[in-house]
Design a protein around this ligand. Structure first.
Ligand code: SF4
Length: 257
């Protein structure tokens, strides 16, 4: 069983391995996943409507006003949470009003929950939009996906729509300061843990210079059955090797940690 889609704008708070008690903000439709990628390990299942242009599905997206109202009510309520996290049923930066929503959510946080941090879980493709890029500095913990150091592996693992240009996406990641990278390692077919895969991946990390790379493997059922998890021991080895070779802090996360 894959995990069910988020049916509301807000979900949780969920106990996140990296973000503590996180109240999720879902900017994508409640009935289906809308994403520019179709990752082989996506726990929401296959992307039925792969796109970079979510304006085609505008009627299914939560409106600006509805999102602001939901976050405002949660911020004024007694609900306990440490993070407000843009995530949900697909790629949040593809919401046509993502930039303005960041402004509003940060303003609400500042007014009602000054200790709460704002986070973003993004697949990096929305960075082509200048208004998205400009807002990244306003987000306390911006986390971007990077599962492969080569275009070939990127296409095999993340299966992006054709409008996503791997080189451009990497250059945009390199242009940002104070970001986090999130990577899922898998073995089987496809895999991203061979010597060549890791060399290419570490090379990109060195260029991007994130605050930290957070590395994981899969811990839930996935749509493609030919892939398998990478053991905690192997993740620890990858983290140590990468840290030695790049100087970038690399933290492995796994169940129980
Ligand atoms: S980017 Fe995220 S939501 Fe989109 S297919 Fe990949 S794992 Fe799923």
């Amino acid at each position: 069983m894959l995990i069910p889609l988020q049916r509301e704008i807000l979900y949780g708070p969920v106990n996140s391995r990296r973000l503590g008690k996180s109240l999720g903000i879902n900017l994508m439709p409640s009935e289906y996943k809308l994403c520019s990628f179709n990752c082989v390990y996506c726990h929401y299942g296959w992307t039925r409507k792969p796109t970079m242009d979510t304006s085609k599905y505008i009627e299914d997206l939560p409106t600006f006003d509805h999102v602001v109202k939901a976050v405002d009510e949660a911020a004024k309520s007694s609900l306990q949470f440490d993070f407000l996290t843009f995530s949900g049923n697909g790629e949040p930066t593809l919401h046509p009003r993502f930039a303005e929503l960041v402004d509003e959510v940060v303003a609400i946080r500042n007014q009602h929950r000054p200790r709460v941090k704002v986070a973003l879980l993004s697949n990096s493709s929305g960075l082509v939009n200048p208004s998205v890029r400009e807002r990244i500095a306003k987000i306390d913990i911006p986390i971007f996906k990077l599962d492969a150091g080569s275009e070939r592996k990127f296409k095999l693992i993340n299966r992006p729509v054709k409008d996503v240009d791997f080189t451009e996406m990497l250059n945009l990641l390199c242009s940002l300061n104070d970001i986090y990278i999130q990577t899922i390692f898998i073995q089987g077919s496809p895999a991203n843990v061979s010597k060549e895969d890791l060399k290419a991946y570490f090379g990109q990390l060195q260029r991007i210079q994130p605050i930290e790379a957070q590395i994981y493997s899969i811990d839930r059922p996935v749509p493609k059955t030919q892939i398998a998890l990478v053991s905690p021991e192997r993740l620890k080895e990858i983290a140590s090797q990468g840290q030695r070779e790049t100087g970038v802090k690399i933290t492995p996360f796994f169940l129980g940690r």
